[in-house]
Design a protein around this ligand. Structure first.
Ligand SMILES: Cc1cc2nc3c(=O)[nH]c(=O)nc-3n(C[C@H](O)[C@H](O)[C@H](O)COP(=O)(O)O)c2cc1C
Length: 202
């Protein structure tokens, strides 16, 4: 069984619609730790030793956040800058994260059709999240494509939000229980597409 760390980053959790529902779908699962970065560090004074210990004691690291300015909320950048130290996360002796699985769970206002070369957002989500992918690669982690909930600006119908939350729970449980086909998932644009192929039957 894999231990899963969810670094949750939403600066206004009380006003969140989608992220709060995704989080609620996974937070009571065995083997899952929610690390609420804005709640723990309202002043951005990140406890590096605590964060490194948390990473070391989990097999999978998820960053769950809304898409802000084609990137993450600010505290995720601060976390990366401080926690991923040379000699720990990368460099000759930096192997603390080696082999751990990594992915982002992202909610975005724009819908998927706007995220391509001719669309309003010009680039794909894969292109825009490539710095995180490169970071995971440098830290010797196994990168997976983002779990993405897109088009939330229009206000997703409740049934769709519920479906996404259920998919998130299924993915997290399958990864935890070693019932997830990582190699197949890595070929997809999104972690939450083709779940019938990537989630294995027990
Ligand atoms: C500061 C800010 C920046 C945002 N930037 C983007 C963006 O670059 N692309 C996008 O699709 N949506 C963007 N959005 C919309 C958010 O992604 C969207 O409101 C969020 O995913 C909704 O999730 P929530 O209900 O959990 O807050 C932005 C929203 C805010 C407040």
């Amino acid at each position: 069984m894999k231990k899963i760390l969810i670094n949750f980053a939403h600066p206004a959790k009380g006003r969140s619609n989608i992220n709060s529902q995704l989080r609620a779908a996974v937070e009571n699962l065995d083997g899952v730790t929610i690390n609420d970065l804005y709640a723990n560090y309202p002043d951005f004074l990140i406890d590096v030793a605590r964060e490194q210990t948390l990473c070391e004691s989990h097999d999978v690291i998820i960053f769950q956040h809304p898409f802000y300015w084609y990137s993450t909320p600010a505290i995720v950048k601060e976390w990366l800058d401080l926690v991923l130290e040379h000699g720990w996360a990368y460099g000759k002796t930096g192997t603390a994260l080696k082999g751990k699985w990594f992915f982002q769970a992202i909610t975005a206002g724009g819908d998927a059709t706007t995220y391509h070369a001719q669309g309003a957002n010009q680039f794909t989500l894969g292109e825009l999240t490539s710095p995180m992918r490169a970071t995971a690669h440098l830290c010797l982690m196994d990168w997976l494509p983002p779990f993405a909930v897109m088009g939330v600006h229009r206000g997703l119908p409740l049934a769709q939000v519920t479906n996404h939350a259920e998919d998130y729970r299924r993915v997290v449980m399958a990864i935890r229980d070693d019932l997830f086909n990582k190699d197949k998932a890595q070929q997809n644009e999104f972690l939450n597409s083709h779940l019938d192929e990537t989630i294995l039957r027990p």
